[in-house]
Design a binder for this molecule. Structure first.
Ligand code: ADP
Length: 500
């Protein structure tokens, strides 16, 4: 089977106007400008050209960091009272909601995801980030401390207090899987903390970042607080990651680039938060309710065509229910209808690019050559489309089982005991997430404690909310996003100690 698709023009005036508006600019300070150097972005479902984008490099990185530094200290931002910052963040959320249809269309066209995924999950979740951190903007407080060691001269006292201060200029470097949400997860806490930002979206999917920054300006964000540079990772991304004026890099992307960033950041010892790859297990215990776990595990891998860092790409099923589970999962995979993201009939869209589909195919073909059995899918359907795929009879040393595929491919392996499944689940360099499917409380808590991962879900997979800390351990990253803990990555605490 091969998919041939007709173009799906957007329905909203906003998305249409945006796409017809010519080459897209960068934002440095208050100035939007279209650069001479450009690159292109395409609809991955049809290969249709969507827009030309400005290709920023080191010179633009210098200018954007300078603008962000000036804004960091400028009275409009540094002097803005917490309640005003709260109102601003809330207004950004309202504007995202008001433009949700247009943003969803752009996200679907540029990334390939279905309109429903954007409209009912990721765009509202982006607004939720701004609302959550709006609430926290008025709750950033230090401590007052009475030190126990008293070096004070006779008759004097020692007292101290702390000041949580914005860390400085943040370079936010984001990936292509959930572009608007990933950008919001960095912008909202950074602005809450009083930082300024240079945003560098993924080159494959920059459109919603541009619209988001336009909306932030419309909300009244002072000039220079958020700057936007589109361009390539090894050019402008690298320049930002090495820039001495950048205090922190907030990154989501591959473990490979995460490792590069460690080096790039060393010059001025930048702080880093790294949300990296995963190879997340889903564990189905013998007592699991299959009517919930089969579709739940299927969503955990196939949502967004598997281009989700926490995708459940290794499924371990108790031998007593293994065959029934495989049958159910293969049926779920086969049932999913692939098509254009803007076609309401589509359950899944294409991958982000033809190159990504070819990469996925290499993993599946490699596994097949080594003896894995494909029980659903296993076909490159042309262009950027790859069929939802379930494989069995894998070995733990296969690339398919060890490396992040970032596509709709999962492997099912049987197990016999909780000890065995824990060892299998933890047999990975990654530690991002996992899910456990069971009705038994003891199993749930014991496995949740034993799995080495940043998040463990029980009877669900890929459940996110701004309140829930999200981060990886081992090669899945450093630091967390979301929650108060996520905010603390954008603050540094100064201690003021005095003799009075
Ligand atoms: P993915 O696997 O999601 O494509 P990547 O890690 O390749 O993720 O890219 C994530 C983001 O990192 C993108 O915005 C990309 O442009 C950027 N990037 C890639 N290489 C570098 C680099 N050497 N320095 C800084 N940023 C980079």
């Amino acid at each position: 089977m091969s998919l041939t698709l007709r173009p799906h023009p957007p329905k909203t005036d906003g998305a249409r106007r945006f796409l017809e508006g010519g080459a897209k600019p960068v934002l440095i300070g208050a100035e939007w400008s279209v650069l001479e150097q450009q690159f292109e972005t395409w609809d991955p479902a049809t290969g249709q050209h969507l827009a030309s984008l400005s290709r920023a490099g080191a010179a633009e990185a210098d200018a954007a960091v300078a603008a962000a530094q000036a804004a960091l200290e400028g009275p409009d931002w540094a002097g803005m009272l917490p309640a005003a910052r709260q109102a601003l963040l809330w207004k950004i959320a309202d504007l995202i909601d008001a433009h949700a249809e247009e943003l969803s269309e752009l996200e679907s066209l540029d990334q390939g995801k279905t309109y429903a995924t954007a409209r009912f999950a990721e765009i509202p979740a982006s607004a939720a980030q701004f609302r959550y951190y709006a609430g926290l903007a008025t709750k950033i407080h230090g401590q007052t401390i009475t030190p126990s060691i008293g070096y004070a001269p006779k008759g004097k006292q020692v007292m101290a207090y702390t000041r949580p201060e914005p860390i400085g200029v943040v370079a936010a470097i984001t990936p292509w899987n959930s572009p608007m949400l990933m950008a919001s997860m960095k912008l909202a806490p950074a602005l809450c903390a009083g930082c300024t930002v240079v945003l560098k979206p993924a080159e494959e999917t920059s459109l919603t970042a541009i619209r988001l920054v336009e909306l932030m300006q419309e909300a009244g964000l002072p000039a220079g607080v958020v700057n936007l540079l589109t361009g390539h990772g090894h050019e402008v991304g690298d320049a930002l990651a090495k820039h001495p004026g950048v205090a922190k890099v907030a990154f989501t992307g591959s473990t490979e680039v995460g490792r590069i960033l460690l080096n790039s950041a060393r010059g001025n010892l930048k702080k880093l938060t790294l949300e990296l790859g995963g190879k997340s297990p889903a564990i189905v215990m013998p007592d699991a309710d299959l009517s919930l776990s089969v579709p739940g595990v299927a969503r955990g891998i196939f949502a967004n065509s598997g281009q989700v860092c926490v995708a459940g790409s290794r499924i371990y099923v108790h031998r007593s229910v293994h065959d029934r589970f495989c049958e159910g999962l293969a049926a779920e995979a086969t049932r999913l209808k692939l098509g254009h993201g803007l076609d309401p009939e589509s359950d899944l869209g294409p991958l982000v690019s033809e190159a990504q589909a070819a990469r996925v195919a290499r993993y599946v073909d490699g596994g097949r050559a080594e003896g894995a059995e494909v029980i659903a899918g296993g076909a490159h359907l042309g262009g950027a489309f790859y069929a939802p795929t379930v494989v069995t009879h894998t070995r733990p040393d296969m690339a398919l089982m060890r490396e992040e595929i970032f596509g709709p491919v999962t492997a099912v392996t049987p197990f016999d005991s909780p000890e065995e499944v824990l060892a299998l689940a933890n047999d990975t360099e990654y530690g991002l997430a996992a899910s456990v499917w069971t009705q038994d409380l003891s199993s749930a808590h014991r496995l949740a404690a034993g799995i080495r991962a940043g998040t463990v879900w029980v009877n669900c997979h890929s459940y996110f909310s701004p309140e829930l800390p999200k981060g990886g351990i081992k090669a899945s990253g450093w630091g967390v996003e979301n929650n108060l803990a996520g905010l603390s990555n954008y603050l540094e605490e100064k201690t003021v100690c005095m003799v009075i």
